[in-house]
Design a protein around this ligand. Sequence first.
Ligand SMILES: [Fe+2]
Length: 329
Amino acid sequence: MFLFWNRQTDSAREAALRIRERLDQRFIEKLDSLHNGAWNTGMVSREDLQEAYRKSREIEQNHRVNMWYTFGIMAFVMLLTPIFYNLLTFLIGVKCFLPQNVVVWEATRPISDCGFCRGVEGPLILKNMTREEFAPYAYSSLPIVIKNAVNHWPATKLLNLKLLKEIYERNPGSLDEDCHFLNFHSDLKSISDVFNMSPERANLSIGNTWYVGWSNCHPGVLEELRKLYGRPHFLPVDAEMSNTDYIFLGYEQGAYMHLDYIHRLMWQAQIKGNKSWILAPTPECDHLCQSFSFNVEPGDAVLVDTRVWYHGTSIPKGQFTLTIQSEYG
Ligand SMILES: [Fe+2]
């Protein structure tokens, strides 16, 4: 047995007992023999043996701590990986999250070669035209305004906030749909908030100004709305159209400068009120291209490749604006 066994502290004795329980007798005898041999040489003191024993216990303890630390990290990574993956999928897949993450999208978008904006000093203003006449411009990145292109749509005369509310109210569940909603700078957080405004707040007699947009993603609502407007007649017959449309309405502030992270080109129909657009090239094209602004009137159609042109809008003070927007490609 260890020569210094009886002189050890109680805790050391208990520790030694625990070790001894785990070792078989043959190994202990060999260890004792080794210790005795070392002791008998006179070259090893009791303190040396105690120190050697103490250090061996520390190493064992450290190994245990490291083992649990490693297991902890592995469990943490295994647990966190699916959560992180699902969160990332959610953030990328859900459009409504994107406007609040322009920094992320700006950092991950492809760098432009500036071909879309070189030499462009304003939109191409076209008179109302046929599909054949518009064909050369149909898939251009050049900003285009087609005057009086949609003023024959019933929406220009009939669509307003009151009718929108009625359409949603007669389509059960439409307000519960998780449609993409943009509140821009206003305090309205949902379509319900918009419809629950008092008439005074809605017409800006009281309260803060407001401007919002949302996707008409409910099939019943979309079907009713599309009776008030149609597929723009000038777009190519084989152009792929979006399954949903957006509506934007409100006052003054309009949309802040942003890019749209969409898959196709955008068209917007100015149903009510005037609107000012400001377009700016992407930052890497600042030295080659210029910013500019233009105005549109009720009945005009606007086509902008909002994936490459930074764009923002504003509405003349006191005017109400309502637009329909969708994608084609
Ligand atoms: Fe946009």
